[in-house]
Design a protein around this ligand. Structure first.
Ligand code: PEP
Ligand code: MG
Length: 324
């Protein structure tokens, strides 16, 4: 399938109206990295670090992690890799972690909540990332931030590790970017200062949608019940785009929906300029983005929103059928 899109692999995802969207890939294993050149992705917008923790019988050591992260950065070369710190709990249970008996794991002790309450592993991971960068730029993203103080606390941990690594004589990254994943609706309503402080924000659409519609992403009965192109959800996305642009904070979308061409066009029409997806989706998404006028897409969406429709999908599909 990648061959089908080979002719546009090195071309930008620029729409007919001249808007360019940066397409990145999601990864989680060293084995994913060869897809970076072959897919035409501009970087790794989400590197899920939990896989190295889930596939071992014990907590990986700092040295092992530093080596792996360095290899990932080597393989990416000049392209940026956004490392997401450990996102466990809920559906991702570590074999060596005492199982938590929680009535609602998706709403429970997971991701950054574990990282802040028991910071040992997260700190070790941050040290490994700083050492792996070894003077190169480093981009770190904290998962599942629900309120401002969780971001400041996580960021403080990172800054303390930077000081500590420097005092141990390690070379610090030449540039450090610290971002938050927006995966709970609450964060979209955080104080302006949060948006100012974050170097970037990435919408974790899989979780955000689950909490927005109160529909379990793991439950077959309900997980496809609500359309991502639902007017309520798009209105919410528009607000997030607005808050980030007010603070001049870069925004991306890294959930599965970013890799669906129709959804990607709608996100771009709503103002999103960075989408991160599985490598195989880069070609199809780019191909469609290059064939449409996003201003037109925006008016189709605006009109559909005004019509009382539940979702803009029907109107957008009709409009797409009229394109060549
Ligand atoms: C998300 O929630 O959209 C996301 C990218 O993270 P994960 O799927 O790993 O929870
Ligand atoms: Mg998530």
């Amino acid at each position: 399938a990648q061959e089908r899109y080979a002719s546009i692999r090195d071309k930008p995802a620029t729409s007919l109206c001249g808007t360019t969207v940066s397409l990145q890939m999601n990864a989680g294993l060293m084995a994913d990295l060869p897809s970076l050149p072959s897919s035409g992705a501009e970087g790794v917008g989400l590197f899920r670090t939990e896989l190295q923790f889930l596939t071992r019988a014990r907590v990986p050591r700092r040295g092992e992690l530093a080596q792996l992260y360095a290899k990932v950065m080597d393989a990416a070369g000049d392209k940026k890799v956004v490392f997401r710190t450990l996102d466990i709990g809920s559906d991702k249970v570590l074999p060596y972690m005492k199982p938590q008996d929680e009535p609602n794991p998706a709403l429970g002790w997971r991701a950054i909540r574990v990282g802040l309450d028991k910071p040992g592993v997260m700190r070790m991971q941050l040290q490994a990332l700083i050492r792996a960068a070894n003077g190169r730029p480093l981009s770190v993203m904290f998962p599942f931030i629900a309120q401002f103080d969780e971001f400041t606390a996580a960021r403080d941990h990172l800054m303390r590790e930077m000081d500590r690594e420097a005092s141990l004589g390690h070379v610090l990254p030449c540039k450090l970017e610290v971002g938050a994943m927006l995966e709970t609706p609450s964060l979209a309503f955080a104080p302006h200062q949060f948006f100012e402080m974050a170097d970037f924000i990435s919408i974790g659409g899989n979780d955000l949608k689950q909490f927005f519609f109160a529909a379990d992403r793991e439950n077959e009965r309900v997980r496809r019940r609500y359309d991502t192109l639902n007017v309520s959800f798009l209105t919410f996305l528009e607000q997030i785009v607005h808050r980030c642009s007010e603070a001049d904070t870069s925004l991306s979308f890294c959930g599965e929906d970013a890799g669906r061409p129709v959804e990607a066009v709608c996100f771009a029409a709503m103002g999103l300029r960075n989408l991160s997806m599985r490598p195989a989706s880069i070609g199809p998404v780019k191909s469609l983005l290059r064939r449409v006028d996003l201003r037109e897409a925006r008016s189709v969406i605006t009109e559909a929103r005004g019509s009382g429709a539940q979702s803009v999908r029907g109107a957008v599909m009709d409009w797409l059928k009229r394109q060549n």
